[in-house]
Design a protein around this ligand. Structure first.
Ligand code: AMP
Length: 216
């Protein structure tokens, strides 16, 4: 049983690490960003409400994301644990998460804060491309598709996320500093936080993640 939160600015690689760890440990990855993008694609009322905030690089209102996560956590597929990727992002979200877990007599096992210098984050995000059909992700310089601007897996034309454009990136980093970074000391005070250097290759970061989890 493992209940984890992956914390970090956009572009630190927490989604990639969450995919690997979830597969290795047989637990669910719950990414609010993925859930919201899916709602936007399906044009649900939630998606329509979220889209404007997301395109600008701002946060979707707490009540909306808290509702989403509450629903997902109630799902029985989380029985052996979960990794929350991109949630919580504000103190009210962290409080709501603690309440939901508390109601079930559960608590977080560990919160991992992935740390990467700002210039590197901007490079990573601005080169990021993804497949709108199968959601595979690439990077123009660091992990290009072997088929150029087309998805290797399904042949669909790759796209840049609207919030990976320059202005939205700046906004997302500002929002992270102002609203999400305070969660580092929030969880440090609860003695569940581990900091990890994310400015390394995917495999090196993953090794230190596994070492950190094993140590706790
Ligand atoms: P991500 O894929 O995690 O970078 O999320 C993409 C966008 O979805 C963010 O820039 C926000 O607009 C929205 N979003 C994702 N998770 C949250 C959250 N926990 N709280 C508020 N907005 C969120």
């Amino acid at each position: 049983m493992m209940r984890l939160v992956f914390l970090g600015a956009p572009g630190v690689g927490k989604g990639t690490q969450a995919d690997k760890a979830a597969a290795q440990f047989g637990i669910c990855k719950i990414s609010t960003g993925d859930l919201l993008r899916e709602a936007v694609r399906n044009k649900t009322s939630l998606g329509i409400e979220a889209k404007g905030h997301m395109d600008r690089g701002g946060l979707v209102p707490d009540s909306v994301v808290i509702g989403l996560v509450r629903e997902k956590l109630a799902d029985s597929s989380n029985a052996s644990g979960f990794i929350l990727d991109g949630f919580p992002r504000t103190v009210p979200q962290a409080d709501a998460l603690a309440n939901v877990l508390n109601e079930r007599g559960e608590s977080l096992d560990r919160v991992i804060s992935f740390e990467v210098p700002r210039e590197e984050i901007v490079k990573r995000l601005s080169g990021r491309r993804s497949c709108p059909k199968c959601q595979a992700t690439y990077h123009m310089d660091f992990a290009p598709s072997k088929m150029g601007n087309v998805c290797e897996r399904c042949g669909e034309a790759l796209m840049q996320r609207s919030d990976d454009q320059r202005e939205a990136i700046e906004m997302r980093l500002r929002v992270y500093e102002e609203q999400t970074a305070p969660l580092i000391s929030f969880y440090e005070n609860q003695r569940v936080l581990s900091r990890l250097n994310g400015d390394e290759s995917v495999d090196v970061v993953y090794e230190s993640l596994i070492r950190t989890l094993a140590a706790h």
